[in-house]
Design a binder for this molecule. Structure first.
Ligand code: UT7
Length: 347
């Protein structure tokens, strides 16, 4: 069976940068706090009206497709990972298909938050390995800046996230490519990092002015003024609980990938961790006894771009010459769900 290899990779960061100092005009925070707790110095925000999750994905995809030596017309399937879609439905995959003038190919949206790109990559990998498709486009893109609580109430989340997109084209190869992917979930902690509304659940109603869900007017079940007043349309995160789980699951899923292929951490040319928090990446590096040159971090300049963070970091590492043909590379992510995942590949 052939392997699937990343034949082309691209990234897009909107030009507008927002420093930690810039955020102090909206909320009670400081450059010191943000840098000390997260490592972030600045992040990029999409243009308010002219850029969306899909338009950023198109920019990254164009580069990936060109570098893969193919065209948008030759793409056979799209897998699109995002938690900040242009519409509640339909998903961004079909919007990308339309925007790039592609054939009437399949387009699948993946909703696995920070692990979204790795889940998407794993799905695409199966289509290539079985020979069903020749060119699969895998995208991670996020426009977080539109959906964050910029008041002091939301500061533990809003300072972390940034906008951007990354994309790869997978093609079959005999001599290199994805060795294995490893996907996990534990829904027991689903509400620890989540955006509750709009949604079809009947929880959290006591916070919205009604004693029970049954008392709510039928037209206000999906989205109500009370929900907005309670900030339930913004992401919620118990940061410490997420941090504690992340520093266990990251090393675990990286070791799982290495062991499955008979490697150890010292064999890695590069680990590309999801850029959740620089402190998490440093913890993982220490735990696996990796050198500085074996771990790629760029959260300092982009913040946490969720599904886009792994392809953006991978693209940047490759563009800087830090990854070359034949190198052993591990991609790993952990986040909301909880979901976590890894992929081991030879570049
Ligand atoms: O990619 C998705 C997965 N997400 C993650 O992996 C995130 C994991 N968690 C984290 O990265 C960290 O938990 C955070 C960076 C989110 C928060 O850092 P922390 O060290 O866990 O802070 P904390 O939430 O325990 O808050 C400590 C203090 C609190 O004040 P008090 O109660 O001690 O007075 C917060 O209100 O820091 C305060 N605080 C802030 N202060 C200034 C929270 N956010 C901010 C802020 N600026 N932006």
């Amino acid at each position: 069976m052939p392997r699937s290899r990343i034949a082309g990779i691209g990234k897009y960061l909107p030009p507008h940068t927002v420093t930690n100092q810039d955020l102090t005009q909206y909320m009670d925070t400081s450059d010191e706090w943000i840098q000390e707790r997260t490592g972030i110095k600045e992040r990029h925000y999409a243009h308010r009206t002219e850029e969306t999750t899909t338009t950023m994905a198109v920019e990254a995809a164009r580069i990936a497709i060109e570098r893969a030596g193919t065209t948008a017309q030759e793409i056979d399937f799209i897998v699109f990972a995002t938690l900040s879609p242009d519409y509640y439905f339909p998903g961004c995959g079909v919007l990308l298909q339309r925007a790039m003038g592609m054939r009437e190919i399949g387009a699948l949206d993946v909703r696995n938050q920070c692990s979204g790109f790795l889940y998407a990559l794993s799905v695409a990998d199966q289509f290539i390995k079985t020979g069903m498709y020749k060119n699969v486009l895998v995208v991670g893109s996020e426009k977080h800046s539109f959906g964050l609580d910029f008041s002091t109430r939301g500061r533990n989340i809003s300072v972390i996230f940034g906008d951007g997109a990354g994309a790869v084209v997978l093609q079959a190869a005999e001599d290199r490519g994805i060795l294995s992917t490893h996907l996990h979930s534990d829904g027991g902690s689903a509400e620890i990092l989540a955006m509750y509304n709009p949604g079809t659940h009947a929880n959290h109603w006591t916070d919205t002015g009604y004693a029970t869900f049954d008392e709510a007017p039928i037209g206000e079940m999906f989205m109500s003024h009370a929900m907005i007043d309670q900030a339930q349309n913004f992401p919620y995160m118990d940061g410490q609980a997420v941090f504690k789980k992340a520093v266990v699951k990251f090393p675990e899923v990286i070791m799982e990938a290495l062991k499955a292929n008979g490697y150890q951490p010292s064999d890695l040319k590069m680990l590309i961790p999801h850029q959740a928090n620089l402190r998490i990446s440093q913890f993982v590096q220490q735990k696996l006894q990796l050198r500085d040159d074996q771990v790629y971090n760029n959260i300092q300049h982009y913040g946490n771009t969720t599904a886009a963070s792994v392809p953006i970091a991978l693209c940047e590492a490759w563009e800087k010459g830090r990854i070359q043909d034949g190198d052993l590379v591990c991609l790993a992510a952990f986040g909301s769900g909880f979901t976590w995942a890894s992929a081991l590949l030879t570049w």
